[in-house]
Design a binder for this molecule. Structure first.
Ligand code: SIN
Ligand code: FE2
Length: 200
């Protein structure tokens, strides 16, 4: 399918062929073996329904003291390297001048969701955020650069890639729900979303 624009988000459906999706999942198994998924707690003390880990120089973490990037997994070890297959997508769609510092891995199990938020813990918003979806379908909602107002929704499927850049770099976005079991890519079901960011 050809790419299209939704409220400034560049959406590339089926960017990754099924064989590439499977290769990516096997690379991510190594990431999760070195940096296990954890359940972040928001500054207000709520446990997020999405489980997370990261690869790269920095990983995104959250706890009672706030949202931030950290050079180490909460268990203390450095984050694993970003898989080469992920870097290839970044270089193809974003830039071959600079690689991302962080590849955040979000895992949505049955019932997991992510509320509307902005990605604004990075130093330079001129760099887009690259998002890669794998596994079950997820309903992405895109809002505005300020809270409130109209939103648009779109089901992201396995292999779809989104570039959040330009004026939409600071748009509110979230995932309202997933269709658990809609894909056979992950043996236990669920959805993986990778977001690559330049951090500093
Ligand atoms: C995120 O905003 O970090 C995740 C978006 C998604 O899961 O598609
Ligand atoms: Fe986000």
């Amino acid at each position: 399918m050809t790419e299209f624009d939704l409220r400034g988000f560049r959406i590339l459906p089926e960017y990754l062929a099924p064989a590439c999706q499977a290769d990516l999942v096997s690379a991510l198994r190594d990431v999760v073996a070195q940096a296990p998924l954890f359940s972040p707690v928001t500054p207000s003390g709520k446990t997020m329904s999405v489980r997370m880990t990261s690869a790269g120089r920095y990983g995104w973490v959250s706890d009672r003291s706030g949202y931030r990037y950290s050079g180490a997994h909460p268990a203390g070890q450095p984050w694993p390297d970003i898989p080469a297959a992920v870097l290839r997508i970044w270089r193809d769609l974003v830039s071959d001048r600079r690689d991302p510092d962080c590849c955040l891995l979000n895992y949505y199990g049955e019932g997991a969701r992510m509320g509307l938020h902005q990605d604004r813990d990075e130093a330079d918003f001129s760099w887009p955020v690259l998002s890669i979806s794998l596994g079950d379908e997820g309903l992405l909602r895109i809002g505005n650069t300020a809270r409130g107002g109209a939103t648009a929704s779109h089901w992201l499927r396995s292999g779809d890639v989104v570039v959040m850049g330009g004026a939409a770099r600071l748009a509110y976005h979230g995932v309202d729900r997933i269709r658990f079991g809609s894909s056979t890519l992950l043996p236990k079901g669920g959805r993986i979303n990778l977001t690559c960011r330049v951090v500093d």
